[in-house]
Ligand binder design. Sequence first.
Ligand code: DGL
Length: 264
Amino acid sequence: MRADAPILMFDSGVGGLTVLSATRALLPEASYIYVADSAALPYGDKSEDEIAARVCGLAGRLAERYHPRLICIACNTASTIALGMVREVLETPIVGTVPAIKPAAEATQTGGIGLLGTAATIRQPYVDRLEAEFAKGKTLLRHAAPELVLAAEQKLRGEQPDPAAIAAAVAGLRRQAGGERIDTVVLACTHFPLLTQELAKEFGPEVAFVDGAQGIARRIAYLTRGQAFTKPDSDLAIITGDASHDTALHRALQHYGIGRIAGL
Ligand code: DGL
């Protein structure tokens, strides 16, 4: 393993930066490549076949080109659909991001858990399995909130996220039978922790949020323990769509320690 081999993280957009932050806090000595597949954003409204083909193809190209020591699929939609397939085709260790139902089930006092994700994530059998295994005896209500993906992309670029998008996502859970009992909300899309402040204001103080970022960071630190690391002055982002005029994105990436941007 070369000491400069990067940890590669990818998402459809900027959501995976929430996972990058948590991982960098634990592993500041590592070199990171952050990939935003913005040419295919959003993943959440696509079919399982489209997402699987896109994610497997992209992971293969990235592995070949950058020889990462580990790939993190920093996206719940891609992970709940394609994690197994990517692991089958690549020898690189792969860490996925799946809804944090287990910690939510441990944290809830009322037994009412909400889950916000993309439309593709909330219908996955993977989520059914997590619910059956970890949330037995609790009520898990799911709601697809694709509008929060756009709101998070806006907020990261320094724009005001649309308050109607936040209100609609919260109402989508609260209006379901048993929704008033929710005291813990799983942010099952890596974009959503960027909106924790706005969501907390709308849900009210009795609701706590959980996401997978800390757990993923610990897993990556564990899988790379004992490895040698060197890091460049500035990390690299690969943006699959045209980001040449997106100066707000460039500024935001700088904030996450990423000063170099390239296409694929
Ligand atoms: N950030 C992605 C996730 O964790 C999804 C955003 C999208 O729909 O592309 O699910």
